[in-house]
Design a protein around this ligand. Structure first.
Ligand SMILES: Nc1ncnc2c1ncn2[C@@H]1O[C@H](COP(=O)(O)OP(=O)(O)OP(=O)(O)O)[C@@H](O)[C@H]1O
Ligand SMILES: [Mg+2]
Length: 470
C-alpha cells in the first residue's frame, strides 16, 4: 500500500498500554497516533475528526470495547476497528468480527503483531475506497495504450520502458509468467512505433515445431521438401516494415535459433530451397516465461542467440506483486463483459472486492479476466457478490477447468476433453483405492469383488500409481 497520512486512535483505560501502542505505531511512517482512556472520550474525539483506525480494548470500566465498536461502525462505517481481546474471551473474538471489527488482537501481543494488524486494516480501507471510486467512475482514466490498465509503481515502470523503446527499432525481450500481459505489451510496443500502420505478426513458437516454424518464418520454394507444391512467402517477408512477435521462444530448436541469430545480425535470409537472399525490414519482439539464462547453462538455449536478443529486456510483474492494480483491471473487464452481454452492473460488493484483492492469482491477468467473465454471466443482481466468484483458491483441478469459459469451438473441445479425462482418472483412482482398502489390499480378491479381471485391475493400479505401502 502506498504510504499516506493515516490517523489512528488507541482506546484503553490503562495509560501505559496506550503509551506503548502510541510509541510503536508512531515509529511507522506518517501515522498520527492519539489515545483515549475511555470509550466516551474516544467517541468525542471521533466526532471532532474521525480516525482511519480505532484500536480498542474490550474490557474498560466505562463504555466497553464492544459498545465502542458498535457505535463507531454505526456512525463511521469507513473507519476500521481493531479489538484487543483477553485470554478468556475466545467467543468474543467471533462476536467482535460479527459486529464488523476488521480484526482482533489477542493479548499479549508483540509490537510486530500490532503493526501487522494496523497495516492490514489500512490496506483494507484503501481497497474499499478504491472500490468505491471505481464504482462511481464513468470511464476509467484513459488507458495508456492498448487497454493497458494499472497504476501501480511496478506497471508504471513497464509502461515507461515501453514508451522509451517503442519508437526505436530495437529488439525487445519480454519476460513474464503466464497471463501477465506479454502479448498485450508486445502490441503496445508496435502501436507506439512508427510501424503502427503496418502489420503486427504474432507467432506462437510453442505450437510450431522446428521445421514448420522455420518454413513459416522464412518461407520456401516449390520442391524444397515433400509437400512444398508451390512457393510460399514467409512471415518475415509478409511483415516487411512491420513487427514480428515471437512468443514462447524457449521452444525454438537450437537449429532454428542459429538461423534466427543469422537473420538478426544481417536481416537477410534464404527461404528453404531458394538460392536468392531476401532482405527485409522487421522489428522483432520476443517473449518467454522460462528463465533463458538457466536454459543456456543447461545447453538447451544458444548463448550467442541469448545475448543477441537480450538487448532490451522487460520483466512483467505478477499480478499478486501489484495488488493495487487488481480492482482497476477487474472493473475494466466488468465493463467490457457487461457491455458484451448487455448487463448493467454497478460494480463489486465490498466482500467480493476484498476476495479479489486477497487472492494470489497464479494465472495472473488472464485468470482474473476468466473469473470476471464468469462472474458477469452468473450475476443476477446489479452488483457482483461473493457467490459470483466461487471457490477462488480452494478449487481442485477439475473445478478450475470448469470455471474456464471457452471462446472458440476448438477451446470448447479441448476443455471438454480435459475435464472428461481428469474426472475419469479421479473416479478410477478412487474406485481402485476403495476396492483395495475393503479387501485388505488383496488384489485378487479386490478384482473378483469388483468384477474386473485381475490383470485389468493391476493395469489400473499401475496407471494411477497405486501401490501398497510397506
Ligand atoms: N495491464 C493489463 N490491463 C488490461 N488487460 C490486461 C493487462 N495485462 C493483461 N491483460 C489481459 O490479460 C489477458 C492475458 O494477457 P496476454 O495474453 O498478453 O498474457 P501473456 O503473458 O501473453 O500470457 P500467456 O503466457 O498465457 O500467453 C489478455 O486478455 C490481456 O488483454
Ligand atoms: Mg501469450
Amino acid at each position: 500500500m502506498e504510504p499516506g497520512n493515516h490517523r489512528i486512535l488507541i482506546v484503553d483505560d490503562e495509560v501505559n498500554i496506550c503509551k506503548s501502542c502510541v510509541k510503536i505505531l508512531s515509529k511507522d511512517g506518517n501515522h498520527e497516533v492519539c489515545h483515549a482512556l475511555n470509550g466516551y472520550d474516544a467517541l468525542a474525539m471521533m466526532a471532532e475528526d474521525p480516525f482511519d483506525v480505532v484500536i480498542t480494548d474490550l474490557k474498560m470500566s466505562s463504555l466497553g470495547g464492544m459498545e465502542v465498536l458498535r457505535r463507531v461502525k454505526e456512525a463511521y462505517p469507513d473507519t476500521r476497528v481493531i479489538v484487543i481481546t483477553g485470554y478468556a474471551t475466545v467467543c468474543s473474538s467471533v462476536e467482535v468480527m460479527k459486529l464488523g471489527a476488521s480484526d482482533y488482537l489477542p493479548k499479549p501481543f508483540t509490537p510486530h503483531e500490532l503493526r501487522a494488524v494496523v497495516q492490514q486494516a489500512l490496506a483494507e480501507k484503501e481497497m474499499l475506497l478504491q472500490n468505491r471510486r471505481l464504482m462511481t467512475e464513468e470511464e476509467g482514466s484513459a488507458p495508456v495504450s492498448h487497454q493497458l490498465i494499472g497504476n501501480s509503481p511496478k506497471i508504471k515502470k513497464v509502461i515507461t520502458m515501453v514508451r522509451k523503446v517503442a519508437p526505436t527499432d530495437s529488439t525487445v525481450l519480454l519476460y513474464g509468467e503466464s497471463g501477465t500481459g506479454k502479448e498485450l505489451i508486445a502490441r503496445a510496443v508496435h502501436a507506439n512505433s512508427a510501424r503502427s500502420d503496418r502489420v503486427f505478426f504474432a507467432v506462437d513458437c510453442g505450437t510450431l515445431s522446428g521445421n514448420l516454424l522455420e518454413s513459416e518464418l522464412f518461407g520456401y520454394n516449390k520442391g524444397a521438401f515433400t509437400g512444398a507444391h508451390k512457393d510460399k512467402e514467409g512471415i518475415f517477408k509478409l511483415a516487411h516494415k512491420g513487427t514480428v512477435f515471437l512468443d514462447e521462444i524457449s521452444n525454438i530448436t537450437l537449429e532454428v535459433q542459429g538461423k534466427l541469430l543469422r537473420f538478426l545480425e544481417i536481416r537477410e535470409f534464404l527461404p528453404l530451397g531458394s538460392t536468392s537472399l531476401q532482405k527485409v525490414d522487421v522489428r522483432l519482439i520476443f517473449a518467454t516465461n522460462k528463465n533463458l539464462r538457466d536454459m543456456v547453462e543447461e545447453g538447451t538455449f544458444r548463448e550467442d542467440f541469448y545475448y543477441r536478443i537480450y538487448v532490451y529486456p522487460i520483466t512483467l510483474p505478477r499480478l499478486k506483486d501489484r495488488k493495487s492494480d487488481i480492482l482497476p483491471i477487474a472493473y475494466h473487464f466488468l465493463k467490457q463483459f457487461g457491455k458484451n452481454m448487455g448487463k448493467h452492473l454497478s460494480g463489486f460488493g465490498d466482500q467480493a472486492a476484498n476476495r479479489l484483492t486477497a487472492y494470489d492469482w497464479p494465472g495472473n491477468v488472464r485468470q482474473l479476466r476468466n473469473v470476471i467473465e464468469r462472474a458477469v454471466i452468473l450475476c443476477e443482481r446489479d452488483e457482483i457478490g461473493l457467490k459470483d466468484i466461487p471457490l477462488l483458491g480452494e478449487m481442485g483441478e477439475i473445478e478450475q477447468l470448469i470455471e474456464y469459459v471457452p471462446s472458440t469451438n476448438e477451446e470448447l473441445k479441448q476443455v471438454k476433453k480435459a475435464v472428461r479425462e481428469k474426472a475419469v482418472n479421479k473416479i478410477e483412482r478412487n474406485f481402485i483405492l476403495k476396492a483395495l482398502a475393503e479387501n485388505n489390499w488383496n488384489v485378487t480378491q479386490a478384482a473378483k469383488i469388483t468384477g474386473l479381471q485381475r490383470t485389468n485391475f493391476q493395469k489400473l493400479m499401475k496407471k494411477h500409481g497405486v501401490r501398497r505401502e510397506r
